[in-house]
Design a protein. Structure first.
Length: 293
């Protein structure tokens, strides 16, 4: 083979390789309770959980800002899909990667326009009065007053509110408590943004004091399909009786160890008046029958 032909073939191979599209993977975007529209890489507006074909590359998740150019930098974050289809977020406060999933973090914020007499928009439709929104930490949302004044609003994972003008100037607010910030709206009224206590499992115990963030809220204590019929009482620390038994099951070295641990737990619950002696016996019976571990 002549040197010229070898060089030609090599050049063609390099060209073909450079034109080969990057491998695409099915990536699921799980938005949690975030209900506002968003874009991936400047796509059409999306909403809710989506499974998308995404190449192994860096991608951009962005909230929707209308009528503003350029879009403020806090309105987006990036994530990476690697060559195996695994997702990594470049902004873990906003989202985390888990296998082929991008999982958005959520934070609830109460927006109270006080006596503001007109309508406003916050990330979506036209509104009046106070409303609660689910936001993504450190991802800006658009606040529009009287259809002419535009602001960017974001809430940090720590519960701090930031409001900025479209020219990037951060506005100074009056902080009445660590999770509430008041800002003059320019029309003589005050908008108050309050980060609400987060409660991931909906048990009424805020996450910052909840010792069992994803509680078993079954109405009765059930152990390995044995329903005791005893109320699955929720403690002040955010843990139910079932949560405590599940923890004992996870740490048990053998069945005898599990049954003994449950007995100690039930003795404490009876002593505290949470259950009666009869209820203790029924739950213990279920524990004894269970195939745990």
């Amino acid at each position: 083979m002549s040197r010229t032909l070898h060089i030609l073939i090599r050049s063609v191979l390099v060209l073909l390789l450079s034109c080969t599209p990057a491998q695409a993977f099915l990536i699921t975007v799980d938005v949690g309770d975030y209900s506002l529209p968003y874009k991936i890489d400047g796509s059409v507006n999306l909403s809710g959980d989506r499974t998308l074909d995404l190449a192994a590359d860096t991608h951009t998740f962005s909230s929707i800002f209308q009528g503003i150019h350029p879009i403020p930098p806090e309105a987006s974050f990036t994530f990476v899909v690697d060559g195996a289809g695994n997702v990594t977020s470049n902004q873990p406060s906003s989202a985390v990667g888990s296998g082929s999933n991008l999982l958005l973090n959520n934070i609830s914020v109460l927006v109270d326009p006080d006596d503001y007499p007109s309508s406003y928009k916050f990330g979506g439709g036209t509104l009046f009065g106070a409303h609660t929104f689910v936001m993504v930490p450190d991802l800006g949302m658009q606040l529009v007053l009287s259809f002419v004044s535009h602001f960017g609003v974001s809430a940090s994972a720590a519960g701090v509110i930031f409001v900025s003008r479209t020219d990037g100037v951060v506005l100074d607010g009056v902080t009445s408590n660590p999770n509430a910030t008041e800002f003059p709206d320019g029309f003589g009224d005050i908008f108050t943004f309050t980060v609400l206590a987060q409660d991931a499992d909906g048990d009424g115990v805020p996450d910052d004091v909840d010792q069992c963030l994803i509680s078993d809220l079954s109405p009765t204590v059930v152990i390995d399909d044995c329903d005791s019929g005893v109320a699955n009482t929720l403690g002040a620390d955010g843990c139910t009786i079932s949560d405590r038994i599940d923890e004992l099951a996870a740490n048990a070295t053998n069945h005898g160890n599990f049954s003994s641990s449950v007995a100690h737990l039930l003795n404490d619950l009876k002593k505290d008046g949470v259950i009666t002696g009869v209820q203790k016996g029924v739950i213990q019976s279920c524990a004894g029958q269970a195939g745990i571990p």
